[in-house]
Write a protein that binds this ligand. Sequence first.
Ligand code: BEZ
Ligand code: FE
Length: 280
Amino acid sequence: MTGFFSEDTSVETVNARMGADIDPRMAEVFAAVIKHTHALVKEIGLTQAEWEQVIGFLTATGQICSDERQEFILLSDVMGLSMLVDAINNRRPEAATENTVLGPFHVAGAPERAMGETISLDGKGESCLFEGRVLDLDGQPIEGARIDVWSDNADGFYDVQQPEVQPKWNNRGVFTTGADGAYAFRGIKPVSYPIPDDGPVGKLLAALGRHPYRPAHIHFIVTAPGFDTLVTHTFAGEDDYLTSDAVFGVKQSLVAPYERREDGAETTWRSPFDFSLTRV
Ligand code: BEZ
Ligand code: FE
């Protein structure tokens, strides 16, 4: 007799229940989910108590989610799944700037700022001039490219994490290139910081003997008509966490120069970086 469930036939039995007229991609994806999850359970000999722990973990992950917090994306990030999906969906020629994870702290609608303006509104941290050009793959400047930028403050927090402490839109801004494709703005040299680790994902990292830190970086979304959207960061070299980013976002090509300058008693920095976009 067929259709009954057994350990040996579990995959075939479950997948045979799908209707004949369902969306083919749905059928393909769900069949693979069943194949791989059943294989996982069999491979590790999952115990009942462990399964209850998994259910408890997923329940807590859902319960902590809100309009401000997305713990499932954080889980995907620390499992390397966000970066894997990103890599598969953004295969680019070598000359193009690489993508990396968006993260939870982008806020749409940041103020449009004039070229050269500062994004740092709290007066903290070491000043850094970020500058470069937005180019196509032939090295030609792209006019009208929009650079949406955000970074943490000198204490390692984004403005949205400290609405009572930081000025609104601190370390955020949007810049639009002219005919030379050039951009320039002042910010601060970013610092490394922990991803939110006071929830289930933080507990998971601790149980795995992993730290929650990201190496110092500044985020960019670069868009231009006729070009693919670039979601990326640049990283400061010589950061302790460069090779152990909690969310696997680092790519060698995104480690930018940070040139130190002594301006009297003050230390300031310059970080030059060009963005190269692919055509749609
Ligand atoms: C971030 O860089 O802002 C970030 C990315 C992934 C998870 C948490 C934070
Ligand atoms: Fe970040």
